[in-house]
Design a protein around this ligand. Structure first.
Ligand code: E4P
Length: 217
């Protein structure tokens, strides 16, 4: 499973890239606004750092405006993927953009049938928001499982990006069901490293190493 970082924070991206585990980045207007920086400044920095796909979201709500913004965004870098909201206008835009070779990520997916429409329109990616579905007492991961089944029934090439990830269990279940990508906040990626027994075990090894009489280093 590919790991994307769901952030526009350049420091987080730099640190995670050092681990060699980050395959791409997803952003949205909220994440950009959290940086307190100008859009183009922060995005150019991200694109310089990241080789894999970087999702940047349009803010127009009509197809024409989305297409115009998407064309501009795609000029910022070859790895730009344009995030398009799951609306009737959005789906129109996806069809045009994919026809022009501009990769799209249909965002704000909350049902498997929305994902089906996005795949039929030729979207490169769909982003089901598992955490926000859980927030309304539904099961976000069930939606991902259903999308996976539909896509494999018809051999759609659209890749599933599990989004709105809140904790490691979301990552675990996404990997078990074979989602192509999981995009997660930096905090969740850090949590994946952790296990209390790893810490206890390492501490004990280091203490015991101190008792070894002749050490090579
Ligand atoms: C997806 O690409 C979105 O950026 C993101 O996962 C939304 O997550 P949130 O529900 O935590 O805002």
């Amino acid at each position: 499973m590919k790991i994307f970082l769901d952030t526009a924070n350049v420091d987080e991206i730099k640190e995670a890239l050092e681990w060699g585990l980050v395959d791409g980045v997803t952003t949205n207007p909220t994440l950009i606004s959290k940086t307190g920086r100008g859009f183009e400044e922060v995005v150019r920095e991200i694109l310089e750092l990241v080789e894999g796909p970087v999702s940047l979201e349009v803010v127009s709500t009509d197809a024409e405006g989305m297409i115009r913004e998407a064309r501009r965004l795609s000029e910022l870098g070859e790895n730009v993927v344009v995030k398009i909201p799951m609306t009737e206008e959005g789906i129109k835009a996806v069809k045009v953009l994919e026809g022009e070779g501009i990769a799209t990520n249909v965002t704000l997916i909350f049902s498997p049938t929305q994902a089906l429409l996005a795949a039929k329109a030729g979207a490169s990616y769909v982003s089901p928001f598992v955490g926000r579905i859980d927030d309304i007492s539904w099961d976000g991961l069930t939606i991902v499982r259903e999308i996976r089944e539909i896509f494999s029934n018809y051999e759609y090439q659209t890749q599933i990006i599990v989004a709105s990830v809140r904790h490691p269990k979301h990552v675990l279940e996404s990997a078990k069901m074979g989602a192509h990508i999981c995009t997660m906040p930096f905090k969740v990626l850090k949590q994946l490293f952790k296990h209390p027994l790893t810490d206890v075990g390492l501490k004990r090894f280091l203490e015991d190493w101190e008792k070894v009489p002749q050490k090579p280093f």
